[in-house]
Design a protein. Structure first.
Lengths: 404, 466
C-alpha cells in the first residue's frame, strides 16, 4: 500500500493527530536489501497457545468488535492507533519505533481453509505448512533447506530452536534445540561422532545418532567467546531466549578473525501461554509486553552486530481466538489472526484484510483473508531465493512486505 | 506365536526392562528358563496386588487449606500457593521413591501411564490434596477397569479445574473439556479415526454442563440449575444425555478401545503400531469390560513384543533413565529429591506435564540439550563414587543433594570383573549385553578400568534405548 493512500484514509481529527505523532518516516529512503542469501537470518517467534489477534490489532472502528467483546474489548482511547480502523494493544508500545521506521509489517487475517481448532493439530499445520487434512512430517523451513537453502553456505546448523522441544517448522532439519549456547558448547564434549553403527535399522537409534552428530557439528560452529552486548535484555524466559538468539548471531559473524562458522539461517523462539480461556486481560497484556520488549531488544542487539538489515523476525501461532468472548472473561480457540513481521529489510505497513466480524463461520469464528502459506511463499522466494512451490506444496501469492 | 517357551537371559531382561524399570541381574536370573506366558501372568498378578511401600506424605490427611478466595491479601494467596506447590514436591518425592524401591514396578509404570494419559498439572490446579486424590484414582484403577477410571477422572476435581470444566453452564457450555475428553482421553483426534466432529463436541459440552467443583472443599458438585436437560445428538445417538451418558457413548465406540490400545502399544511394544493387532486386542479389551490387565497380557504376548527387531526400539523416558540407572546398578542414596529434580530437568516433571497432551515420549524426549543432560547425569552419578574407598559422595541437582554409594565391585564380580580391573573382551561383550538394549555404537578406549568402563558405556547412545 502506498504511504500517501494510507494517510489519506485518516479522517478523524484525533486519528490524524495521533498519526502525525507516529507516522512512519516517509522521508526515509527505501533501502535496498544489501545482504546476500547465505547471510540472511529468519527468526520465528511462536506465540504458543493461540494469540487473541482481535485484542492485539484491534478493529476499534467496527462496532461489532465491542458487541462481541462487551467486557474484554480494548477501549479506543487505550489503543495505539495505526489508522482510522485499527490500533495496537497498548502493551505493544515497544513496537512503535518499528512502525515509525517503517520496519513493521502487520499481516491481517492470517489463517488457512478448514481451520482446525486443536492446538496440537493446528500448530502442526502451521509448522509443516500442510493442508488441514494432510499429515506431513517435515517442517516448512526444512523444505526450504531441501529446496536449496541448505547448500548456500556451510551452516553451523540449519536451525536452532531456543527453549522449545517441538521442532515445528524445523522438523527433520539439521537443527539443534538448546536453552543457552555457551552451556550447549560446554556440554557438547559428551557427544561424539559415532564409529560403529554406520547404518542401523532401528529408527530410535538412528535418531539418537543423528542428534549426536548434529550436536558435534553445531558445537564446533557455536564455540567462541560470549559477545558483550550493550543492549539490556528483558528478564524472564523469553528475554533469555532473545539473548541466546543474539549470542548465536554474534558467534556467526563473518568479520571475526578466527571465524569458521557458517551461520544459522533459521532460529525459533517461543512465548506463551496465549491460551487465554479465562480472565484474559491481564495475562494477555503481560504477554504482549514481553513480545514487544523482546523484539525491541532483539533489534537493538542485532543492530549492534550490523545484522538487523539481514534479519527477518516473524510471529506465528496455531490460531487466533473466538470472536465473541466466553463467560469466563476469556476467549476460546479461534481461527485467523494478524501476525507481525519486522526487520531492516521489511517494508512496513498493514497487509491483507482485517477479517469481517459480521461474517463468522460455523464455529462462530472469523474467516481468514490471508493464507499463512502466502507469508512462507514470500520468505521462500524473496528471502531465500528458492522455489516456493516445494516449500508450501502449492501456489500461493506472495506479499510485498520485503523491500525490493 | 513367538512367545519364548524358555526365556533366555536377553529375553528375560527385555521383559523386565519393558514392564518395569531396569532389572538387577538377580531379577533377570529368576526368570531365565521360564515360559514368557507364565512370567507375564506373574508380573501382572503381582502388579494387581501391589501396595505402596511407604506411608503417603503427611499433608494428605491434614485439614484442607483455606479456600483461595477467602484469603484477603495477595501475600497470603502467594504464600498458600507456595506451600501447596511444596507439598506437591513431597508427593513427587514419595512417588519417585516408590518407583525406586517397588518390587512390582509394572504397577508404578501404569500409574505414570495414566497420569500422562489424563494429564493434569499442579501448576494450574495448585491444591496438593486434589493432586493426591487424582493420584489415588490412578493407583486404584491402574490395572483395573478403564471404564471406571474414565468415569472417575471425568469427575475428578483436579481434572475439572485443569480443563476449565468447573464452570460450564447451559447458557455458555465450556467446550474445552468436551474436546479434550474425546480427543485426548477416549477417541483420539477427529481426523485420525476419532469419528466425531465439531458438532459432536458442542453437544458433548452441553451434556457436561452443571459439572462443577465446590471451591471451598474442592469436591465434585453437580449443579442441576446449570445443566442443559434437553435432547442432544452425540455420535448419532439421540437422548437427554448427561455427562455419564456421553462417556458411555464414547466407551462404546470401537475407536475408543483402539485409541487406548494404540497408546499402550507405543508405551510397551514399539513405536510402530500394528493396526491389525491393535484392532484384535482392542476388541478383547472392550469385550472384557475394558480390563486393563487383559490388554496388558495381550500386548506382552504379541509377536511384536518378542521380535528381535523390537528390542531397543523404544527410547527411555527421564524416569526410565533415572530410576532405571539407580535400580540397575543398585546405587544407594540418602535422599530422592535430586532424582525428582533431575527427571524434571530432563523434561518429565511429575505432576506437571507440559500441557493437556501430556508427555509425547519417544523421540520427543531427545533433542541436543536433553541428550547432553542425560549423559551428564550418568557421568555425575558415577563420578560421585570413589571406587577405591567406596566413600559416600554427594549428587547435587539444583538445591537438592544426596549422598550416593555404589558397590561397583559387587556389580562387576557378578560378571567376573573387578572395579579396578580392565575388562577383557568376554566381559566387555557381557556388559554391553547387560546395559545396552542394542549393540554398542562407540568404542571405549583400551585400558579403561571397571567403574570408568561402566560410566563410559552409559555414554553410548544405545544406553538411551530400551
Amino acid at each position: 500500500m502506498k504511504r500517501r493512500d494510507f494517510l489519506s484514509n485518516v479522517s478523524t481529527a484525533t486519528g490524524a493527530a495521533l498519526l502525525s505523532a507516529h507516522a512512519p518516516g516517509w522521508a526515509q529512503a527505501v533501502a535496498s536489501r544489501a545482504s546476500s542469501v547465505q547471510e540472511r537470518i529468519l527468526i520465528l517467534i511462536e506465540l504458543k497457545g493461540g494469540n487473541d489477534g482481535l485484542n492485539t490489532v484491534v478493529p476499534y472502528a467496527d462496532s461489532a468488535y465491542y458487541q462481541l467483546r462487551n467486557t474484554i474489548g480494548i477501549k479506543p482511547d487505550e489503543l495505539i492507533k495505526l489508522d482510522a480502523k485499527v490500533g495496537l494493544h497498548p502493551d505493544l508500545k515497544a513496537l512503535l519505533p518499528f512502525w515509525e521506521k517503517n520496519e513493521l509489517a502487520i499481516v491481517q487475517g492470517v489463517g488457512y481453509p478448514e481451520a482446525n481448532l486443536s492446538h496440537f493439530r493446528s500448530i502442526e499445520i502451521w509448522g509443516t505448512a500442510s493442508k488441514a487434512n494432510e499429515y506431513l512430517s517435515d517442517g516448512w523451513a526444512t523444505r526450504g533447506m531441501h529446496a536449496g537453502l541448505a547448500s548456500k553456505a556451510a551452516y553451523t546448523a540449519e536451525g536452532v530452536l531456543i527453549g522449545m522441544n517441538d521442532f515445528g517448522p524445523l522438523a527433520g532439519a539439521r537443527a539443534v534445540s538448546l536453552n543457552d549456547p555457551v552451556a550447549f558448547v560446554n556440554q557438547s564434549r559428551l557427544a561424539r561422532v559415532n564409529e560403529l553403527a554406520t547404518s542401523t535399522q532401528n529408527p530410535a537409534l538412528r535418531y539418537l545418532l543423528k542428534v549426536e552428530n548434529e550436536i558435534s557439528q553445531a558445537a564446533d560452529g557455536l564455540r567462541g567467546d560470549k559477545y558483550a552486548f550493550d543492549t539490556v535484555f528483558p528478564t524472564g524466559q523469553f528475554g533469555n531466549g532473545v539473548a541466546a538468539a543474539a549470542q548465536i548471531v554474534a558467534s556467526q559473524r563473518r568479520d571475526k578473525a578466527d571465524n569458521k562458522a557458517g551461520g544459522v539461517p533459521v532460529m525459533c523462539l517461543t512465548l506463551g501461554s496465549f491460551d487465554t480461556h479465562q480472565n484474559q486481560l491481564g495475562t494477555h497484556a503481560g504477554l504482549l509486553k514481553q513480545l514487544a520488549e523482546g523484539m525491541a531488544a532483539l533489534k537493538s542487539a542485532l543492530t549492534e552486530l550490523g545484522a538487523w538489515d539481514r534479519t527477518l523476525v516473524m510471529t506465528f501461532s496455531e490460531f487466533g481466538r473466538r470472536a465473541k468472548q466466553n463467560s469466563s472473561g476469556g476467549t476460546d480457540h479461534g481461527t485467523a489472526a494478524p501476525h507481525f513481521i519486522a526487520g531492516g529489510a521489511v517494508r512496513g505497513g498493514l497487509y491483507g484484510q482485517a477479517p469481517d466480524l459480521n461474517r463468522l463461520d460455523g464455529t462462530q469464528n472469523v474467516i481468514y483473508t490471508t493464507d499463512f502459506r502466502q507469508i512462507y511463499t514470500t520468505v521462500a522466494q524473496q528471502w531465500w531465493g528458492v522455489n516456493a512451490e516445494s516449500v508450501v506444496r502449492g501456489r500461493f501469492d506472495a506479499l510485498k512486505f520485503l523491500r525490493a | 506365536m513367538l512367545n519364548p517357551i524358555q526365556m533366555t537371559s536377553q529375553q528375560a531382561r527385555h521383559l523386565l526392562v519393558r514392564t518395569g524399570f531396569a532389572p538387577t541381574q538377580a531379577e533377570v536370573d529368576k526368570l531365565v528358563g521360564k515360559p514368557a506366558q507364565t512370567a507375564v501372568a506373574d508380573i501382572i498378578t503381582s502388579a494387581l496386588a501391589a501396595k505402596p511401600k511407604y506411608p503417603p506424605p503427611a499433608f494428605v490427611s491434614q485439614a484442607p487449606p483455606t479456600p483461595a478466595n477467602q484469603l484477603k491479601t495477595v501475600d497470603e494467596r502467594q504464600e498458600q500457593r507456595r506451600a501447596q506447590i511444596a507439598e506437591g514436591v513431597e508427593l513427587k518425592a514419595w512417588w519417585l521413591r516408590e518407583m525406586l524401591e517397588t518390587p512390582t514396578p509394572l504397577a508404578e509404570r501404569m500409574v505414570l501411564f495414566w497420569h500422562n494419559h489424563f494429564a493434569t498439572s499442579q501448576q494450574k490446579v495448585v491444591r496438593s490434596q486434589a493432586m493426591w486424590r487424582q493420584h489415588q484414582l490412578f493407583r486404584r484403577h491402574a490395572l483395573g477397569s478403564f471404564a471406571s477410571l474414565l468415569h472417575g477422572i471425568a469427575k475428578d476435581p483436579a481434572m475439572l479445574v485443569y480443563l476449565d470444566a468447573a464452570n460450564s453452564r447451559r447458557d455458555a457450555p465450556n467446550e474445552n473439556f468436551a474436546r479434550e475428553v474425546m480427543e485426548l482421553f477416549t477417541l483420539g483426534e477427529a481426523t485420525q479415526g476419532g469419528g466425531y466432529n465439531e458438532q459432536d463436541i458442542k453437544e458433548v459440552a452441553r451434556a457436561f454442563t452443571g459439572w462443577s467443583v465446590d471451591r471451598d472443599d474442592f469436591s465434585f458438585k453437580f449443579r442441576a440449575p446449570a445443566h442443559d436437560i434437553f435432547s442432544k445428538t452425540v455420535l448419532g445417538k439421540v437422548g437427554l444425555f448427561n455427562g455419564d451418558d456421553v462417556l458411555n457413548i464414547m466407551l462404546a465406540q470401537p475407536a475408543c478401545g483402539e485409541f487406548i490400545i494404540g497408546k499402550l502399544w507405543k508405551e510397551f511394544v514399539s513405536p510402530m503400531p500394528d493396526k491389525a493387532e491393535i484392532k484384535r486386542i482392542a476388541k478383547r479389551f472392550a469385550q472384557s469390560g475394558y480390563a486393563i490387565d487383559t490388554a496388558l497380557a495381550d500386548l506382552f504376548t504379541t509377536d511384536a513384543f518378542w521380535a528381535d527387531s523390537n528390542r531397543g526400539s523404544l527410547i527411555k523416558s527421564p524416569v526410565d533413565l533415572v530410576v532405571g540407572t539407580v535400580r540397575q546398578f543398585a546405587f544407594s542414596y540418602s535422599d530422592v529429591l535430586p532424582f525428582v529434580l533431575k527427571t524434571s530437568q530432563l523434561g518429565q516433571n511429575l505432576l506437571m506435564p507440559p500441557n493437556v497432551k501430556g508427555w509425547p515420549g519417544y523421540t520427543d524426549w531427545i533433542n541436543a540439550t536433553k541428550l547432553l543432560e542425560r549423559k551428564n547425569f550418568t557421568q555425575q552419578l558415577f563420578r560421585s563414587i570413589d571406587p577405591a574407598l567406596g566413600r559416600m559422595a554427594m549428587l547435587k541437582v539444583g538445591k537438592a543433594e544426596a549422598a550416593m554409594m555404589l558397590d561397583a565391585d559387587a556389580f562387576l564380580r557378578a560378571y567376573g570383573g573387578r572395579a579396578d580391573g580392565v575388562p577383557n573382551e568376554a566381559l566387555k561383550t557381557t556388559l554391553a549385553g547387560v546395559l545396552l538394549a542394542s549393540d554398542a555404537t562407540q568404542n571405549i578406549a583400551n585400558g579403561t578400568v571397571g567403574v570408568a568402563y561402566l560410566r563410559t558405556l552409559t555414554l553410548d547412545p544405545a544406553y538411551q534405548l530400551k
